[in-house]
Design a protein around this ligand. Structure first.
Ligand code: SF4
Length: 173
């Protein structure tokens, strides 16, 4: 199915210098697609930028949108349990999303998660790519199809993890 080309993108909001603080500051003002309009704030990636390991989710949820931090809502709690079972210290990895603003639709008083369109994932890609270039990860874990599509293209189907370089065992500090 053909997807309408998005003429706007985060590309226009990238900072002149590629540092983590510069990316966070610049992303806070991003208007690369319309998702910023109904969201509270940009939720940029957080964690150990020197870890060499990036976990990528789809987009921030309701609680992440309010608090401004990734993976602090129900999905984050599920991920925390998975980290504990896998013996991974959450603080020893970097967590981010393919799309940095919360997309939602109203249902009564609640804000219900809505899957971002391919054009919105594409518009937000410059942030994710900048994070990857800056962090130079050896391992990238895609938490779902949207993250994989952001990395591998919109025709990606199914669940798969991709990594660059050798896998390494992560231990608790
Ligand atoms: S979703 Fe991404 S591209 Fe769209 S406004 Fe937010 S940060 Fe910018």
């Amino acid at each position: 199915m053909a997807t309408a080309k998005n003429t706007r993108s985060a590309e226009d909001f990238l900072p002149g210098e590629l540092t983590y603080p510069a990316l966070v500051k610049a992303a806070a003002g991003c208007k690369g697609c319309d998702l910023y309009k109904d969201a509270t704030q940009t939720v940029f990636g957080e964690g150990d930028i020197d870890s060499g390991v990036i976990f990528i989710g789809e987009q921030p949820g309701d609680e992440e949108d309010k608090l401004g931090h990734p993976f602090v809502g129900p999905a984050g709690k599920l991920l925390d349990r998975a980290f504990v079972e896998a013996g991974i210290d959450r603080n020893s990895v970097y967590l981010t999303n393919a799309v940095k603003h919360f997309k939602w639709k109203p249902r009564g008083k609640r804000r219900i998660h809505e899957k971002p369109r391919a054009s919105e994932i594409q518009a937000c890609e410059p942030w994710l790519h900048s994070e990857i270039i800056l962090l130079r990860p050896r391992i990238i874990v895609c938490l779902g199809a949207t993250a994989a599509q952001a990395l591998l293209g919109s025709d990606f189907r199914g669940q798969r993890c991709v990594g660059s370089g050798s896998r390494r065992r992560m231990r608790n500090n």
